[in-house]
Write a protein that binds this ligand. Structure first.
Ligand code: ATP
Ligand code: MG
Length: 460
């Protein structure tokens, strides 16, 4: 096989080193084992590797130093650190310095295989993601949209496909999920990009004012109409009109808008002849328009005209892998705005924001980071300051070092549970297939499923 993965093993214990070498090469990897770390680092620098597994406690150059040298040459390569239970402190340091995973001695061969497979899989995902992004970015501009989750990737792929078509788009999603941002991305990646993108909130204005805003009026059309006024539809000619909160569009305006969508023309208030414009309509709602149609609050014919293409933005809690990236993005934004130098979130704060459900989604997160940075602008934002703005579960960190170990074990469990769930989802609940893929035996998988109360039926 041309694409066999190349793994470097570094451990001064000859026996363990040979055991790992045998397990991994039996599973089809190309393995090179070293018992002297200096030598290993030199060999590493000269070659091309997919993964490094290194012991931490070694004479000469220890594992942390090895990690550093490896990351200097190859920042994205996953490194698994092998350690004895007694060195949990060091393990945490290693994770913070960019190690991908930890393996505690003694371990079963299947445990090693499982970690290795997972680490290599992670690189594959990163690569796929980068390729996809490069491909999209080559043709489309999404530079202000942050995230790498599957959910967001699907949305961006869809945006790329429909931007160039001229159909109406309805963007749905909870409040703060980025509906307006996506509407802009559609416009700026469409042939209309040189013309205007105009947004109007349909929920904020009474019907009569909304109507004159949209369609404009002739001087003298009603009391107070002292001069001609161009409506937004005309102002957006050649471009895009974004109807935000379209679910709140009053009935009388729904009717006029429908006419416009059917005829591509409308009559200014007080006018007798229609005006023709070429405008693409993108609308957004955080309410369930289907229900509104059923209840007779929204015209069905208008709904179909607006919803030629639907883009749904998943809530942030369903794309948690975007959270760290978004946090870094918003911190950077604030740094640039106020000249501060906050580096990021402290590990406990990151942990907290990653598990928080974010009912107000990305907007809420942006607000919380802004507010926190207004209170604290040291090196890192801590959990304490974040907890002033969102309701976090009681902190476990009492600063005696023990809790770090607790955090670490918790993180490992979470990782293991997510991995198992992903594995079962992929194998549709088939434990046998899942075990084969992970290189674990069935009994181990069953034991872990039980430990995390996972129901395999949920995935079949
Ligand atoms: N993927 C993202 N990357 C970077 N910023 C984002 C992302 N998604 C949303 N934002 C930012 O979050 C904020 C909220 O986004 P937006 O206004 O588009 O959401 P919305 O769904 O229209 O919200 P609402 O329902 O409250 O109107 C904006 O400041 C936007 O720039
Ligand atoms: Mg909005």
């Amino acid at each position: 096989m041309a694409d066999k993965k190349r793994i470097m093993l570094i451990d001064n214990e000859e026996g363990l080193c040979r055991m790992m070498e045998a397990v991994l090469s039996d599973s089809g990897y190309i393995v090179e084992a070293h018992t002297r770390s200096f030598e290993a680092v030199d060999v590493f620098r000269a070659g091309a590797w997919d993964l490094v597994v290194t012991d931490i406690k070694m004479p000469g150059m220890d594992g942390l130093e090895v990690l550093q040298k490896i990351k200097e040459k190859e920042p994205s390569i996953p490194v698994i650190m092998v350690t004895a239970y007694a060195t949990v402190e060091t393990s945490i340091q290693a994770l913070r310095r960019g190690a991908y995973d930890m393996l505690t001695k003694p371990f079963e061969p299947e445990e090693l295989l499982y970690r290795v497979k997972n680490a290599l899989n992670h690189t594959k995902l990163l690569e796929e993601n980068r390729e996809l992004r490069e491909e999209l970015v080559g043709k489309f501009r999404f530079d202000n949209i942050v995230g790498a989750s599957e959910g967001l990737k699907d949305v961006l792929e869809r945006v790329a496909r429909i931007a160039v078509r001229d159909s109406s788009v309805l963007v749905t999603g909870e409040s703060g999920t980025g509906k307006e941002l996506i509407a802009q991305a559609i416009h700026y990646n469409s042939p209309r990009r040189e013309k205007k993108f105009i947004a109007i909130n349909c929920g904020a204005l009474p019907a009569s004012i909304l109507e004159s805003e949209l369609f404009g009026y002739r001087k003298g059309a009603f009391t107070g109409a002292h001069e001609n006024r161009t409506g937004l539809l005309e102002a957006a000619d050649g471009g895009t009109l974004f109807l935000d909160e379209v679910g709140n569009l009053p009935m009388e305006v729904q009717k006029t808008l429908l006419r416009f969508l059917q005829e591509q023309e409308f009559i200014r208030i007080g006018d007798t002849t229609p005006t023709k414009v070429d405008v693409r309509i993108i609308s957004a709602t955080n309410s369930d328009l289907n229900r509104a149609v059923e209840r007779g609050e929204f015209r069905e014919d208008l709904f179909y005209r607006l919803n030629v293409v639907n883009i749904h933005l998943p809530p942030l809690r369903e794309r948690r892998s975007d959270i760290p990236l978004l946090a870094a993005h918003f911190i950077g934004q604030q740094n640039r705005k106020f000249g501060t130098r906050v580096k990021g979130l402290a590990p406990d704060a990151l942990e907290a924001v990653c598990s928080f459900p974010w009912p107000g989604n990305i907007r809420q997160m942006q607000n919380v980071i802004e507010a926190s940075m207004a209170m604290e602008c040291g090196d890192c934002l801590g959990r304490g300051v974040i907890a002033q703005f969102i309701d976090l579960p009681a902190a476990t960190d009492d600063g005696d070092g023990e809790s770090d170990e607790g955090d670490y074990n918790q993180a490992l469990s979470r990782f293991e549970r997510d991995y198992l769930q992903g594995l079962l989802r992929k194998n549709r609940g088939n434990v046998d297939a899942a075990a084969r893929e992970a290189g674990m035996n069935m009994a181990t998988i069953y034991r872990k499923i039980k430990k995390y109360s996972i129901r395999k039926e949920d995935f079949s």
